[in-house]
Ligand binder design. Structure first.
Ligand code: FE
Ligand code: FE
Length: 165
């Protein structure tokens, strides 16, 4: 279905719907992957980001409500691809260390994708003068960046374990 895309406001709403779909998919992936993780540090990290993601979804719903727009209806194809790659990896006959190193890489791709999306949405919100949305989107953007950094830290050990597996 073709949508109305006449100005930055339309693009902004579309971007938010895309991110909303991406977040739902990312949440499902983490709920699926957390059960396969053996490293307590990684499991704890994923569990914490599941909670953050639930809050991020609520922040988006808050923005949609103020805009008088519906959050649903859009499917983020980019996140769909990232999730499929992660699921393919999880089906491999891999040693636990290699699987976890690979899962971190997939999760970091998800965080980078989200960082790109929230950066754009935050910039649109600034231009459109929606200061409340700017605050909410920036809060999430910081959480995504911190999650990415934390995963980089966790990977340092797990990558070496994968190398020696
Ligand atoms: Fe997120
Ligand atoms: Fe995230």
């Amino acid at each position: 279905m073709a949508m109305q895309m006449q100005d930055l406001q339309d693009l902004y709403v579309h971007k938010l719907q895309d991110i909303y779909s991406a977040e739902q998919q990312a949440l499902q992936l983490m709920q699926q992957s957390v059960g396969m993780v053996q490293s307590p540090e990684l499991r704890q990290g994923i569990e914490m980001h599941i909670q953050q993601t639930e809050q991020q979804i609520q922040r988006l719903e808050q923005i949609f409500q103020k805009l008088g727009q519906q959050p649903g209806g859009e499917e983020c194809e980019g996140m769909k691809g990232l999730v499929q790659e992660a699921q393919k990896l999880m089906q491999q006959d891999a040693s636990p260390e290699v699987l976890e190193a690979g899962m971190i890489a997939c999760q970091q791709a998800v965080e980078h994708y989200e960082i790109a999306g929230y950066g754009t949405a935050r910039t649109y919100a600034q231009l459109l003068g929606d200061q409340e949305a700017v605050q909410l989107l920036e809060q999430t953007l910081e959480e995504e960046k911190m999650t990415d950094e934390k995963l980089t830290q966790i990977a340092q050990q797990i990558n070496v374990e994968a190398m020696n597996a």
